[in-house]
Design a protein. Structure first.
Length: 308
């Protein structure tokens, strides 16, 4: 399988991890999910991310999910989240998933980092731990990690480590960061791929600012695929029209605490996974929330019909 590079783009869907109602891994649904994402226009997958319930898995389960996903994905590149409190566990999982054929690994900074020097030092240690031949995605998600990484610090990290080939951009607000990084490239800085997160909530604007695509989850990945494709064609108004049809459900999925429950409910409804079950602890949906989701899906269907 080919590695990700600084030129990689498109839509890398952050995959959920399917569970049975008992809390055990649902191996059959992994195959169904991979087929679903591929059929809806995904260019790649990212597994074991924060919305993939990675912290709830054992190391052995993480490796098993990776093995099963890669076996089904074929030529589709798969990035694996390997973030861990310690570098030993991070390095062990990286070696395992790269041996299985992963296209790269994604690493978020631990919440203990406070200064620019600490952040720079951490990613130096990451590259030394996983090896300079392993492509790395730097996940910049301060709303979750609490770690603020400035554009200047990102540039220092990128210049020092050519194996960090991609930024998963999830700063919020963060549109100016994309513009600043692209401007820096015109002044001689090394180019990195920028794929954006936050459930695609700002995807049309991010594409206009110079992003290469999306690396996030949403129960309708075809929306992200269409927005990225249309934006790359310069058809920004059409991309915005598609995005607007899905926006109410994107917004609903953004609710802290229940966002994953919403996503899994819709994915199960669409047949991508057999069950919306999460591994404990995980917030569920009550009858009122389910009714709201169903109403939003119905409205979305009508709006898409009007666009056709």
């Amino acid at each position: 399988m080919a590695y990700i590079t600084s030129s990689s783009g498109g839509v890398f869907v952050i995959a959920v991890t399917p569970f049975l109602e008992t809390g055990a891994l649902d191996h059959d649904s992994i195959d169904r999910m991979v087929d679903f994402y591929a059929g809806k226009g995904a260019d790649g997958l990212t597994i074991l991310g924060m919305m993939g319930e990675a912290p709830k898995l054992t190391q052995a389960e993480s490796i098993e999910v990776t093995r099963k996903t890669l076996a089904r994905a074929g030529d589709m590149p798969v990035v694996v989240g390997v973030s861990a409190p310690g570098l030993a566990a991070l390095g062990e999982l990286t070696r395992a998933v790269m041996d299985l054929g992963a296209a790269g690994v994604m690493v978020a900074p631990p919440s203990s980092l406070r200064t620019d020097e600490q952040i720079i030092g951490y990613y130096r240690n990451v590259v030394e731990t996983v090896g300079k031949d392993v492509p790395v995605v730097l996940q910049d998600f301060p709303l979750s990690t609490g770690v603020q990484i400035s554009t200047k610090t990102l540039r220092v990290i990128f210049e020092a480590h050519s194996s960090i080939v991609m930024l998963k951009h999830e700063d919020w607000p963060g549109l100016q960061k994309i513009s600043d990084l692209r401007q820096a490239e015109t002044e001689g800085s090394r180019r990195v791929s920028i794929l954006c997160g936050n459930a695609g909530a700002f995807l049309p604007e991010e594409m206009r600012r110079g992003a290469d695509g999306a690396m996030t989850g949403f129960a309708y990945p075809e929306m992200m695929a269409d927005v990225v494709r249309l934006s790359n064609e310069g058809r920004y108004e059409a991309a915005q029209d598609v995005f607007d049809a899905y926006l109410p459900l994107v917004r609903y999925e953004q609710q802290p605490g229940i966002g994953l429950a919403v996503r899994k409910y819709v994915l199960a409804k669409r047949g991508a996974i057999a069950s919306a079950a999460q591994r404990r602890p995980g917030a569920g949906l009550n009858a009122a929330a389910i009714a709201e989701i169903e109403m939003l899906i119905a409205r979305q269907t009508r709006r898409l019909g009007a666009l056709a």
